[in-house]
Every structure is written in structure tokens, then in C-alpha cells.
Design a protein around this ligand. Structure first.
Ligand SMILES: Cc1cc2nc3c(=O)[nH]c(=O)nc-3n(C[C@H](O)[C@H](O)[C@H](O)COP(=O)(O)O)c2cc1C
Length: 186
């Protein structure tokens, strides 16, 4: 698969088979992530791999509660509320693996660095025939002392990109992406 095929073939995947993802594949994805550019080549990323489904269920429950407590009133909040209130909604969609990309300390560009690593990881997974989805619902909780403790993160770390990975149950339907707004200046 070439880069264009990976870029256009990557779609957020929310239905997975129970098939495990091999350790060597996980290591390859993380290696691809670690080749991303980073500000001043600081490479602040740290990778946490979680496959324990009971732990992911617990993190999902606690992350939903954390989101509900802190949800700001706004256009999305009704929809989010309904989803987060649904006891059957597991924020990780029962994917076999969560790879969390964290920064080892707060810093001016660590979020950008980790997000670039996350995109590399998602494109690399697509090239391996795997599905991925960034789970923003987990981020707030994973930056609390309890969330960091649950995933054994150092308290100084910044949890940036929780990415689920697995074998798609079926090819996800692509969502519409707008034509880019391009202004040629000068
Ligand atoms: C920062 C970020 C947070 C996201 N959080 C969630 C999430 O919590 N749950 C979810 O199902 N999808 C989440 N997504 C996936 C987006 O919904 C998805 O990327 C978007 O709808 C475009 O679809 P595509 O990825 O298939 O192109 C998130 C994506 C990003 C970049």
C-alpha cells in the first residue's frame, strides 16, 4: 500500500473482531509512530499498550463519569450526555488494543509531537489492514491522577492520543471530508 492509499483508506473504525493484534505488529506501529517529526527532536512520546479488557472496561466507565462531571454546556452536550449516560456504551468499542501516546512532561509542542506520532501510527495500521480510532473521550480522565494511576503512567506525563487498534469487523463507511479551503496569498 502506498502513502496515498493509506491516507485515503484510513477511516475511524468502531467495530472490531475479537482477534488479537500480534505483538510484533504493535511494535511495528509504535516504531512508525516514533519516526514522526518533533519540535527540537525532543521525541517526548511514551507508548502504553493496554490489552486487558477488564481494565479497558473500567477506564471506559471512569472516563465517561469524568466527562459527564465536566461537560460544558454547548451544542454537542445533549448528544454527548445521552451517549455517556448509556451504560452499554464502551468508549473503546471493545477493540482488542489501546495504544496511548503520552508526552513525558508538559511542554510547548508536546501535543503536536504526539499527534504527529498518532497519525503515523494510524496510517501504518491502515497499511497493515488494521482499523484505528482516536478516543478523545478518554483524554480528560487519563490526565487525572486516578486515570494516570489506572494505566501506570507517571504523574508528570501528559496523555495525548488514546488510539484503539484492531481488525475491523467490516470496512467502515468513509465519512465526508470537506474540500479544503485554500487561499493563495501572494
Ligand atoms: C482528537 C480526536 C478525538 C476523537 N475522539 C473520538 C471519540 O472519543 N470517539 C469516537 O468514536 N471517535 C473519535 N474521533 C474520531 C473522529 O470522530 C473521526 O476522526 C472523524 O469523524 C472523521 O472520520 P474519519 O477518521 O473516518 O476520517 C476523534 C478524532 C480526533 C482527531
Amino acid at each position: 500500500m502506498n502513502i496515498d492509499q493509506a491516507i485515503s483508506g484510513r477511516h475511524s473504525t468502531r467495530e472490531y473482531t475479537t482477534q488479537a493484534v500480534d505483538d510484533e505488529v504493535i511494535v511495528r506501529l509504535i516504531h512508525a509512530a516514533s519516526l514522526a517529526p518533533s519540535a527540537m527532536n525532543q521525541q517526548p512520546w511514551r507508548f502504553t499498550v493496554v490489552r486487558d479488557q477488564a481494565l479497558l472496561d473500567r477506564v471506559s466507565r471512569e472516563a465517561k463519569a469524568c466527562m459527564l462531571e465536566t461537560l460544558a454546556p454547548g451544542s454537542q452536550s445533549e448528544r454527548f450526555h445521552a451517549l455517556l449516560d448509556d451504560e452499554h456504551f464502551q468508549i473503546f468499542y471493545h477493540a482488542p488494543v489501546l495504544i496511548l501516546i503520552s508526552a513525558d512532561a508538559p511542554g510547548q509542542w508536546v501535543v503536536e509531537d504526539c499527534a504527529l506520532a498518532a497519525e503515523n501510527l494510524m496510517l501504518s495500521a491502515c497499511a497493515e489492514g488494521l482499523g484505528t480510532c482516536w478516543i478523545g473521550f478518554a483524554q480528560r480522565y487519563l490526565n487525572t491522577p486516578q486515570g494516570k494511576q489506572a494505566l501506570k503512567l507517571a504523574q508528570a506525563w501528559v496523555a495525548v492520543a488514546p488510539i484503539i487498534v484492531g481488525h475491523p469487523k467490516h470496512a467502515p463507511a468513509p465519512v465526508a471530508h470537506q474540500a479544503p479551503d485554500i487561499r493563495w496569498v501572494g
